[in-house]
Design a protein around this ligand. Structure first.
Ligand SMILES: [Zn+2]
Ligand SMILES: [Zn+2]
Ligand SMILES: [Zn+2]
Length: 761
């Protein structure tokens, strides 16, 4: 029993940059075992010598006492003969195959926070304070293994005090790669629009606070990119920011100094509170309180606010003395990706910002703020970036590896499969601008470099015109194209670790269909892995009756066109002509539209539920012009405003064999009657949502499948989603939602990877 043994341990998971090696060192010292620990690109390696009993204790205490943010995925052990180590040491990193997990950037921990507000601490008011429990990771890493020489901190040589912390295994900053202090670390500067220095260090922060108090717009170089910041209580400044950013309606996110301040303006439940104060510190969508003290320009016609707490010391320092929350929105023009470089910012944000608060720690990749919404009692990530990316999604065993998926077009993300881990990139954005395309290419390059990844198969959307699809085709690799809504369903499948068979309800704004029309109101039955179904691995068992989009893209921007298209199809020419929403349109415009429709001029057909939402929102007069995707659906959701009804509109399901057609004619006829009867928007909106839910239940029953997956942009709608869950459960189905991968097109890349796996199995 007292014989010496040697135990070799290999641990994989989120174990680098989280204080894991010092933890092992402390444990080894405490138990008096000898050996070593090191980081390699594929995980943490440990060898320890001692008696069997002590080594068993050592092993069992690892998962029990690991650092809070570490996550162990696998732990392998091998018993060996002793080699008589004389001490326990932390060895230098070795290289190896690069599958180690890169941690996301984490918000400032309470220990660091205490230090920056302690006048006696050497890091008093220092905006780059961090430790192994917090601070930047993904936004500063160049390559694995995660060592200082591979990060944006490589040019900052540590002073002797920082070095001492870094070398001491018992210190919270032992091997904290971004470790820094006012003497040796990055510094802030305040610039004017020309890039002239106005102030340095603490003065730069004081001057910035003064500027915010005066209502000026500050471009702030944050953690993963520039943010535009302004006093959220100053109507004039917020309006100015909207005008300069060309962003008329889309809600702005807010940052508050404290949870208490948030609770003054918003309703916060327990889960929402946990999310706000979590190391991920995302933007959480919260219901604003009736008595809230904010101006309507923050989120026009929107009862929800996107709210976050400060996530870096710099944000804490700015907010600390302000007695108002700030708007903190991405530093870009509408539709473009977030800006990360200060020289570039001067150029791109010159017409938006008055002042630039910058620093000299390079941002190696853009990482936006993440957005989450609590629905059905759990959090759903709407935008997956800071705090979450690039944490991988583990999937059931796959015989394939080295697959690259390039995602969709809107809210683009890309993903790579390595072994059975899918690494999904941070949110890139809409690939419509040159800037976005540049960012898409950079993200791809950086993923390849970080994980030494060489794609063997490439997967893209079936839409031939998406720039992501064109990129895929240009790579000269075996290519798999995947139907958009099938990718949505598989994304939800992977996110819930499910296997077929399932019924996927994929509702969104737009996606290229197998029949070359625009889909978006789809029920896809995914059976097993045999391609026995109509079109590969899924069967489109039902969809919404199609309608025309007069002017294509123009109808997406002006949903009154959709309303007119639907109304003239259902009611011919007359009954609806006096509806109030038409007062905003000239007779000439109306006649032109009617002509387009009757002659089928540039009027693509769609089965999209997202567009149906837009059309109904326009019809009842709550949405005239759209400046961002999903605005119509949002307006209709918010129109309900807590109205309670169990009523629905009648509808028909046509056909006796698949695919069934969901005919919305009766829904529209009854909505028009309700508008004429002056029934409230609240009631109409609630009845419309309830009807859609009953359609889901109805098709679920016809499909004979138990597992119902709700996916696509429409399931960011809380009322729709929660009622669908409730009704499906009532009817003994098992509903599944997305969780840590967005239901919108940000989740497409994961679905594409799954499609490739299913196809190749
Ligand atoms: Zn810390
Ligand atoms: Zn230092
Ligand atoms: Zn989609």
């Amino acid at each position: 029993m007292n014989q010496l043994k040697r135990l070799k341990i290999i641990i994989q998971g989120a174990v680098q940059g989280v204080g894991f090696r010092p933890f092992i060192y402390r444990l080894a010292t405490e138990l008096n075992v000898k050996g070593w620990v090191n980081n390699s690109a594929s995980g943490v390696f440990i060898e320890v010598e001692g008696t069997e009993i002590i080594l068993e204790t050592f092993l069992s205490r690892i998962p029990q006492e690991k650092p809070p943010i570490a996550q162990i995925n696998t732990l392998e052990t091998t018993w060996l003969d002793p080699v008589n180590y004389t001490c326990f040491e932390i060895r230098h990193s070795s290289s190896g195959e690069k599958t180690a997990i890169v941690l996301p950037d984490l918000s400032t921990c309470s220990d660091c926070l205490q230090e920056i507000f302690d006048p006696n601490n050497r890091r008093y008011l220092y905006p780059f304070t961090n430790c192994t429990n917090c601070g930047p990771r993904y936004s500063i890493i160049e390559e694995l293994p995660y060592d200082r020489s591979h990060t944006a901190m490589k040019t900052f040589t540590m002073c002797k005090w920082c070095q001492k912390e870094y070398d001491n295994p018992l210190d919270r900053r032992f091997h904290a790669q971004p470790n820094a202090c006012p003497i040796c670390g990055p510094r802030v500067q305040l610039w004017d629009k020309k890039g002239e220095i106005l102030a340095n260090q603490k003065n730069a922060i004081y001057f910035s606070i003064d500027a915010l108090k005066k209502g000026e717009i500050l471009a702030l170089k944050g953690l993963g990119g520039f943010q535009l910041i302004v006093d959220a209580k100053n109507t004039e400044s917020v309006t100015k920011l909207r005008q300069r950013k060309h962003r008329p309606h889309k809600p702005f996110a807010l940052m508050y100094a404290s949870l208490e301040a948030i609770k003054n303006d918003c309703e916060v439940n327990d889960l929402e509170e946990q999310l706000l104060i979590s190391p991920q510190a995302p933007i959480v969508l919260l219901k604003s309180q009736n008595k809230h003290h904010l101006i309507p320009e923050i989120a026009p016609n929107n009862p929800y606010l996107g709210v976050m707490l400060p996530s870096t010391p710099l944000h804490h320092l700015l907010l600390h003395t302000l007695d108002f929350p700030i708007v903190a929105t991405s530093g870009n023009l509408a539709g473009e990706p977030i800006c990360i470089d200060e020289k570039e910012a001067l150029n791109r944000l010159a017409n938006i910002a008055d002042l630039f608060l910058v620093h000299n720690r390079p941002i190696l990749r853009p990482v936006d703020d993440s957005v989450v919404r609590v629905m059905g009692g759990r959090e759903i990530i709407i935008r997956r970036a800071r705090g979450y990316a690039p944490f991988p999604i583990s999937i059931n065993d796959s015989s394939l590896t080295n697959i690259l998926a390039v995602g969709g077009h809107l809210k683009n993300t890309v993903a790579i499969l390595k072994k059975n881990q899918v690494f999904i990139s941070q949110h890139i954005g809409d690939l419509s601008t040159v800037e976005a395309l540049k960012s898409f290419n950079q993200v791809m390059e950086s993923l390849n470099k970080l994980y030494e990844f060489e794609p063997e198969i490439i997967v893209c959307d079936a839409h031939p015109d998406y720039v992501s699809s064109q990129y895929a085709k240009a790579q000269n690799l075996p290519i798999i194209t995947v139907q958009h809504h099938y990718a949505h369903v598989l994304s939800c499948l992977a996110n819930n670790n499910l296997n077929p068979p399932v019924l996927g309800v994929a509702w969104d704004g737009t996606g290229y269909g197998d029949d070359q029309t625009i889909w978006g109101g789809e029920f896809l039955l995914v059976k097993d892995n045999t391609p026995s179904l109509m079109k590969g691995f899924y069967e489109r068992i039902a969809y919404f009756r199609t309608f025309k989009l007069p002017g294509g893209e123009k109808a997406v921007k002006d949903p009154r066109r959709i309303a007119i298209s639907i109304l003239s199809e259902v009611l011919g020419d007359n009954d609806w002509i006096k509806l109030p929403f038409l007062e905003t349109m000239t007779t000439k415009e109306l006649n032109l539209l009617k002509q387009m429709l009757s002659r089928n001029l540039n009027t693509p057909s769609t089965s999209s539920v997202g567009r149906l939402f837009d059309g109904v929102a326009a019809m009842i007069g709550i949405c005239q012009n759209i400046s961002f995707e999903g605005q119509g659906a949002m307006a209709l959701e918010y129109a309900i405003n807590e109205f309670k009804t169990e009523q629905t509109y009648p509808y028909k399901i046509k056909g006796s064999t698949y695919p069934l057609i969901i005919d919305w004619q009766l829904i529209i006829e009854h909505i028009v009657e309700d508008i004429i009867k002056k029934i409230s928007h609240q009631e109409i909106a609630a009845k419309f949502h309830n009807t859609l839910v009953e359609i889901i239940v109805n098709i679920a029953q016809k499909s004979h499948e138990k597992n119902i997956l709700l996916t696509g942009g429409c399931f960011q709608n809380k009322y729709l989603t929660e009622r669908a869950i409730f009704r499906l459960k009532q009817e003994k189905f098992i509903p599944f939602l997305h969780h840590n991968v967005p239901p919108n097109d940000g989740g497409i890349a994961l679905g594409q990877i799954m499609a490739a796996i299913l196809q190749k199995q």
